[in-house]
Write a protein that binds this ligand. Structure first.
Ligand SMILES: [Zn+2]
Length: 299
């Protein structure tokens, strides 16, 4: 697994050579930027790999130099985790990060009952406990097989049937309540995993954005978690196909437990042409209906 960082900012065309020199000084070699013709602004978005030679502390120092020497303050950052082919081939479990490179994979909650409590006084993250079936407008699912509703996965009737036929195990289905127009309404089911995985390995990569507030003391807000990583022996005797992680994830407001899926489940989705095989966000196969599964790492 490789961690890559993308930067994004605009500068005057005349200062592009100086910007490239600052990156080079920190051991990062980037090409000439794209120039937007209309206003002679050069738009830089170098992507480079973080490793022992180029660490994130290094990059934070680079940002200080860009600011002090060239007055560049607003730098967009984005992390990518790039897996090797053998990591895809060996992983027993996968994290499902997306069911399409499109905002349509998200459906709004239309009134599910939750009980809500504060988890962290400092950053205000909240815990929520679901007290009723999910309430959504199922017409918004259109012909999608799996959509994301505030931390939960909701499957179409067709996908639910396929999972049963193929003997996918480790979950219960809870039918959602439809709220919206009658025409085009569909049967849909929340997937409720019945098992929680053992704790993950402490070797997990944790990153933060140097350009934003420092992480909260609760260890959740402001931290970008790298890929899920488990002790190999903890996963050898796993049965079933769908699990919740023991650790909390959050969406900026509420905590939730991430759902992980078996290799068998991923293969089923690809074999039945529900999604093409996608390896990473930058894969050209990652279209509006393709599913992005990241392999779980073992140590
Ligand atoms: Zn906090």
């Amino acid at each position: 697994m490789k961690v890559e960082l993308e930067n994004l900012f605009s500068i005057d065309e005349s200062s592009q050579d100086q910007v490239i020199k600052v990156y080079n000084r920190y051991g990062i070699f980037i090409g000439a930027p794209e120039i937007r013709k209309r206003n002679l602004k050069a738009s830089f978005n170098p992507i480079f790999t973080l490793n022992d030679d180029v660490t994130y502390e290094h990059v934070a120092a680079l940002y200080k130099s860009l600011e002090h020497e060239l007055g560049i303050v607003s730098i967009g950052e984005r992390f990518y985790f790039d897996f090797s082919d053998s990591e895809y081939e060996q992983a027993p479990l996968f994290t499902l990060n997306s069911t399409g490179n499109s905002p349509d994979m998200f459906i709004d909650d239309k009134g599910t009952l939750f009980s809500i409590s504060t988890h962290c006084q400092h950053c205000g993250l909240m815990e929520k406990e679901q007290l009723s079936p999910l309430v959504i407008d199922t017409t918004e699912m259109k012909d999608r097989h799996l959509v994301h509703v505030s931390g939960y996965w909701v499957a179409s009737q067709e996908l639910a049937t396929l999972m049963k036929q193929e003997d996918i195990k480790g979950f219960e289905l809870l039918e959602v309540i439809h709220q919206g127009p009658k025409e085009g309404k569909r049967k849909a089911f929340q997937i409720l995993p019945t098992q929680v995985l053992p704790e993950s390995s402490t070797e997990r990569v944790k990153l933060y954005f140097a350009t934003e507030q420092p992480p909260c003391r609760c260890g959740l807000s402001g931290i970008i978690n790298g890929p899920d990583i488990y002790h190999r022996e903890d996963l050898t005797d796993l049965k079933n196909d769908i699990f919740l992680s023991a650790e909390w994830s959050h969406d900026g407001r509420y905590l939730y437990r991430k759902t992980l899926f078996s290799r068998k489940f991923r293969e089923l989705i690809i074999k039945n042409n529900i999604s093409r095989e996608v390896r990473g966000e930058k894969d050209k196969n990652f279209g509006p209906k393709d599913w992005l599964f990241d392999p779980v790492l073992l140590n």
